[in-house]
Design a binder for this molecule. Structure first.
Ligand code: NI
Length: 220
């Protein structure tokens, strides 16, 4: 019979094991309009989010687990550099990042398994540089929650796309705050934030972006 602590560990690793596959199915070979779109200055695209997850595999979770087990609360975890992902993404394509993340996650789950953690280990404590004393159990749960938080962020960022205008005539529309992407697809017209706002009246406007309110149209 597995203890509650062991069950929690199983639940955590079950989630951690499938995040690379989820990202792979969602992102691999998608056009860049989906994967390079961000939410504005100093925000992350899907590409950047995968880079951040890679950086966390290198610098955050397993290194902190090992530090906690070795030093307890006598030595704080290294602070995590949120911009550190640049090193992970420089010169890489998204498929390479997905492969990197998948390999690193598998390595780290193997490393976690090799620690052969016992129920009492999960109550051991380490020192977080911001939050102070934390248990190993909380650290591992945060690893899984971090995946889910960034999957949530990723779907939101990808939805932050230019507006799609459905019209019987070619329509030009200006949508302030909408990104710089520019697509034409038949009678559907998607224009950038910098376009000149003159247009016929669109029949329907579909704008998944949160900036829908800023969309403006003007007749010729
Ligand atoms: Ni994060």
């Amino acid at each position: 019979m597995r203890t509650t602590a062991e069950s929690h560990l199983d639940h955590t690793t079950a989630l951690l094991a499938r995040t690379p596959a989820a990202l792979n199915v969602l992102l691999r070979d998608l056009p860049e309009i989906w994967t390079q779109q961000n939410e504005g200055k100093n925000t992350w695209s899907a590409f950047g989010i995968v880079g951040h997850l890679i950086h966390a595999e290198h610098a955050d979770w397993i290194p902190r687990v090992k530090l906690l087990l070795q030093f307890g609360e006598t030595r704080a975890f290294e602070p995590f550099d949120r911009s550190g992902y640049q090193r992970a993404v420089d010169g890489k394509t998204l498929p390479q990042l997905l492969d990197d993340f998948s390999g690193l996650r598998a390595d780290n789950l193997r490393a976690l398994g090799a620690l052969n953690l016992q129920p009492h280990d999960l109550d051991r404590r380490g020192l977080h540089p911001v939050f102070g004393s934390v248990t190993l159990s909380a650290l591992l749960a945060t690893w899984a929650a971090h995946d889910l938080t960034h999957l949530h962020q990723l779907s939101r960022v990808m939805a932050h796309q230019p507006c799609i205008v459905y019209s019987t005539t070619t329509t030009v529309i200006s949508a302030r705050s909408v990104g710089r992407s520019r697509l034409f697809f038949g009678k559907l017209t998607i224009l950038s934030a910098t376009s000149i706002p003159f247009t016929t009246s669109p029949k329907t406007v579909y704008c998944p972006s949160r900036k829908f309110e800023s969309l403006t149209t003007m007749k010729n």
